[in-house]
Design a binder for this molecule. Sequence first.
Ligand code: SAM
Length: 304
Amino acid sequence: MVATIHVPVLVREVLSMLVVRPNGNYLDATFGGGGHTRAILENISESARLLAIDRDPDAIERGKQLAAEDSRVEVVQASFDQIADVSRRNGFEQFDGILFDVGVSSDQLENGRRGFSFQKNGPLDMRMDPTDGKPASEWLNTASVQSIATVLRKFGDERNARLIANAIVRARPLSETQELVELIDRVCKTQEVNKHVATRTFQAIRIHVNDELTQLRQGLRNAFELIGHAGRIAVITFHSLEHRTVRRQFSQWVDSSIPARMPIRGPNKGPMKIVERGLAPKRQETERNPRARSAMLQVVERVQ
Ligand SMILES: C[S@@+](CC[C@H](N)C(=O)[O-])C[C@H]1O[C@@H](n2cnc3c(N)ncnc32)[C@H](O)[C@@H]1O
């Protein structure tokens, strides 16, 4: 049994906005610990179906256990760019609801062997699917100062990007997370309040290694092809780059003259309407689950 420690965020909000047809077909594109999938299953009928995907093999092992207990569920290891193929191969032509809860899970973060955490020592890997692509160490040990600094700036908004990139190149080869943490700690003289000095660097490297923003854009485009009439796409994001990627894609689909949460009156120029522009968790939730603090939910509905 692969247990989960991940606490799902915005569950009630996702259910009320996403599960609009109890007999429908649903896609959970980020199974993780299965928290959202389980909540959706509790709120759909016996004839409904759910496809869950994740690129992480540990998440899939958890999902397979669930699929063995519940015949409504199919679980497949796949990434966002493969959603269309995987759906068709598993007999799902269209969905009534598609959920993305992006980023990494607590299960991934808390497992030192995966290399995502600056608080645990482990190999500098950071791949969600450890069989796909290069580990973070391989990239850090071969990339130029310029490309490392660009990634730290672009995906981590790291002010000391150049300083850290230079230090990485001088200290190579790096193989463990704590070597990187100590190096960042040494070169960064000032620290942000309530933020570990390595937070931004780790976030940036993880986004780069997993090509997360390209994946997110491809996932949304696939979801657009697969969502049925009156179906909804809900996306939970955790930092401004993700919030913005989703907002931009949604706004391309929507006629911005339609106010959020309003029925459409008159001709609609876009194929989607906004259901939720950016909902943050309530204080009770962030007190219980600090990971929820930066979460934001955006939802669209297909109208044409
Ligand atoms: C925040 S967790 C999801 C947690 C889940 N909603 C729950 O309730 O347990 C994000 C999950 O999405 C997966 N993931 C992130 N990007 C992905 C991608 N491009 N393709 C497939 N899975 C991805 C990660 O491996 C991780 O397991």
